[in-house]
Design a protein around this ligand. Structure first.
Ligand code: FE2
Ligand code: FE2
Length: 182
């Protein structure tokens, strides 16, 4: 059965791949090497649209409220929401630094610094969701609720990022992987 947590876990693997790419990119930035602005803009769009608006949006609007109904989950859910907020601050810092970005500038260092913070935060965040929150969701949410949520996710994805964008982002991931990791 297609389930909400399987969908989110699949998105987590895309996000984790992007984190590896960002690790390599920030190394290059810190070494004063050239990183094309176009690549940085792709990473930024992926983080703000795919990871934040779409993925964190599904969690915050649909999954978290269901799990919050059980007091036993409330501490963890609050912590995860806080982490989404911090991740947004790092994305905002990167967006601002991109305005005057050029190789070897202090803006390049700011981009690298915020990427590194984002990597640390999201690695632990994804681990917590995969190992603590999602098993609770699979156990506690009825089959009916999960089925409805899968439909809500599809509609949300369509409304928020639009037709075909998901595939385009996966294409970017593959291209950036080849360029920075292979
Ligand atoms: Fe999350
Ligand atoms: Fe997540």
């Amino acid at each position: 059965m297609e389930t909400p947590t399987l969908d989110l876990i699949e998105e987590h693997s895309g996000i984790m791949l992007m984190l590896s790419i960002m690790g390599k990119v920030s190394e290059k930035l810190n070494a004063g090497e050239v990183v094309e602005k176009e690549d940085l803009n792709k990473i930024l769009e992926f983080l703000s649209n795919f990871a934040d608006k779409c993925h964190h949006g599904k969690e915050e609007d649909m999954l978290f409220p269901e799990l919050f109904k059980n007091p036993a989950n409330q501490g963890l859910v609050a912590e995860l929401i806080d982490e989404h907020t911090t991740a947004r601050e790092y994305i905002k810092n990167i967006t601002e630094a991109m305005e005057n970005y050029a190789t070897g500038t202090s803006e390049a260092a700011t981009v690298a610094e915020n990427m590194e913070k984002y990597i640390l935060l999201l690695t632990e965040h994804v681990r917590k969701e995969n190992s603590d929150l999602f098993p609770a969701a699979n156990k506690e949410l009825s089959e009916e609720t999960q089925k409805d949520m899968v439909e809500q996710f599809e509609k949300f994805e369509h409304d928020v990022i639009g037709e075909g964008k998901h595939e385009e982002y996966h294409g970017w991931l593959e291209d950036l992987k080849k360029k920075y990791l292979d």
